[in-house]
Design a protein around this ligand. Structure first.
Ligand code: MLT
Length: 198
């Protein structure tokens, strides 16, 4: 998979797993590392699906309607890629903290729907990736959700539902709301930075 990697500066610093939104690339979110934790490293991945030239992490049938077969396949491929990277670069997989925006947040959430792979995750404007499934035990997982109260792509009720599903599975979930639609704004990043320090 096309990706960028920067090693963490210290032995116990996290490694952010940056997952971009539709039409983005592996370059998009890497600038956040210095804001979130200047000691941290990152692994930033480009989605393998192209929707009219726009990279994504899985196919969709329409806006907000996901191709669940493709989502399952792409999620498994991404998890395998992460396991391979962890082995190759000699870090523990749960040192990765996904930081996903929009489509990237949706595949990050879906990885957690499959397996408690991470101890922490930052989901920026996510949706519910799948419904009617049993989640794994997420009681050791902390999740930060940054959502838009007036986000036309990820409506507030999706955030509430995702938060409830993660909590039912045992995760600790903190939601921060902004009021700028689907845009990723600095107050959300600042809230995520504070949350990481807690
Ligand atoms: C998705 O397709 O994952 C969501 O609708 C968000 C997006 O537009 O990327």
């Amino acid at each position: 998979m096309i990706h960028l990697y920067q090693a963490p500066k210290t032995a116990d610093a996290p490694i952010f797993l940056f997952l971009h939104g539709t039409g983005g690339t592996e370059q998009d979110l890497v600038g956040l590392v210095s804001l979130l934790d200047s000691e941290a490293g990152y692994l930033s991945v480009r989605g393998e699906v192209s929707e009219n030239g726009m990279p994504r992490f899985f196919k969709r049938l329409a806006e907000g309607i996901f191709d669940e077969e493709d989502l399952a396949l792409r999620t498994a491929r991404l998890i395998q890629f992460l396991r391979d990277q962890a082995a190759e670069r000699s870090f523990d997989l749960d040192r990765l903290i996904p930081v996903g925006y929009s489509n990237g947040a949706n595949i990050a959430a879906n990885m957690l729907f499959e397996e408690a792979l991470f101890k922490q995750a930052i989901l920026l404007h996510p949706m519910v990736p799948r419904r009617g499934v049993t989640l794994p035990d997420l009681s050791d997982v902390r999740v930060f959700i940054g959502a838009g109260s007036n986000d036309p792509i990820c409506p507030a009720q999706e955030t509430e539902e995702l938060s409830a599903l993660l909590k039912q599975a045992g995760a600790s979930v903190d939601v921060t709301w902004s009021n700028y639609g689907h845009q990723l704004v600095m107050p959300t990043i600042e809230a995520a930075t504070d949350w990481l320090k807690q």
